[in-house]
Design a protein around this ligand. Structure first.
Ligand code: AVJ
Length: 324
């Protein structure tokens, strides 16, 4: 007996260009303080380093979210119901996605949406092999802008937008609000949002999570400069920048910085950028929310928080929000 052929997932492409990325990088470096988007962390090496971060003892987020998902998967499955289309904002190579794909009842389709085409296709192919009965329909798009959904073979009963990992924290409150509005659109009538949100807590726990003892987060942060050197004709000297992560109580966010250890000038794609000693590039903000703050933001986007699951230490939340 021959194996049934497993089709390679067909890709819907709507992604931006390298020229747009460069323009964004140059614009960020012209600001004061200088900023670079955390989306530039995730090349091959960056993605591997992030995987390592998720296993660090200090980095409670991934482990805690996973334990919440495992503990409450029965309730989550019942709330979502049968024949849903699961639309993940992000490429979905995570264990959390696998838990959902394993347990959800007769999924109409799984639709991972990611700007990084290569990562997306690899993750989608792996999942299509692991879950041959699920239609996997990857979309290469910048999910901060509305995008067209592919049409599954089976008509979905409802759309469930899935946004794990507290990636929502990477967006400023205004941008997070706008993103929730895109999610509202993509969820369509009768749809819902399942989202992981990291919670406000003691500053020492937060700062430890982003300043690990093994220095993996430092390598992850500095990798962005290596990537700019390789892909955007930059000449950053990685030995002249240091990783730093600090929690700002107001507005309640971890900021990751790359701090210049001396006075220096760096060239990026033919343009000069000067750093005094202690000048820094802000590479990431990771906003933390109280339950009330997140509920209010979701409400303004048209969602009502239906169920919140939290670990016993109240570190992290997974929230099921209904589209009003
Ligand atoms: C992937 C955005 C959730 O903000 O905690 C981990 C990325 N940065 N360590 C986070 C990250 C440094 C992470 N998110």
């Amino acid at each position: 007996m021959s194996e049934p052929a497993i089709p390679t997932p067909e890709l819907t492409e709507q992604d931006g260009s390298k020229a747009d990325d460069l323009a964004e990088i140059l614009q960020g470096l012209r600001q004061s303080p200088k900023v670079l988007s955390p989306k530039f962390f995730y090349d091959e090496v960056g993605s591997q380093l992030f995987e390592k971060i998720t296993e660090l003892p200090e980095y409670y987020l991934t482990r805690t979210e996973l334990s919440i998902m495992r503990k409450h998967i029965g309730e989550i499955v019942n709330l979502i119901g049968p024949h849903a289309s699961l639309i993940e904002f992000g490429s979905g190579s995570s264990m959390k996605t696998r838990i959902l794909l394993e347990h959800l009842d007769r999924l109409a389709a799984y639709v991972p949406v990611d700007i990084s085409r290569d990562h997306l296709v690899a993750a989608a192919e792996a999942l299509a092999l692991e879950f041959p009965h699920i239609e996997v329909l990857p979309v290469a798009a910048d999910f901060t802008q509305p995008f067209d959904l592919p049409q599954p073979g089976v008509m979905p009963l409802r759309n469930i937008v899935y946004f794990p990992g507290s990636t929502i924290g990477n967006f400023s409150p205004g941008a997070a609000q706008a993103l929730l509005e895109v999610m509202y659109q993509e969820a369509k009538e009768g749809g819902a949002l399942l989202i992981g949100v990291d919670l406000k807590k003691d500053k020492t726990i937060l700062e430890r999570a982003y300043n690990d003892g093994a220095g993996v987060t430092a390598r992850f942060n500095l990798n962005m400069l290596r990537r700019l050197n390789n892909e955007f004709s930059a000449n950053f000297d990685l030995s002249r920048f240091e990783h730093r992560a600090v929690y700002q109580e107001s507005p309640g966010r971890i900021e990751m910085h790359l701090v210049s250890t001396c006075s220096q000038t760096v060239r990026v794609a033919g343009k000069d950028f000067h750093f005094e000693e202690n000048d820094f590039i802000r590479t990431e903000c990771s906003h933390k929310y109280t339950l009330e703050e997140f509920a209010e933001m979701a409400r303004r986007a048209g969602f009502v928080v239906h169920t919140v699951w939290i670990d016993p230490e109240r570190l992290f939340s997974v929230q099921y929000c209904l589209r009003e």
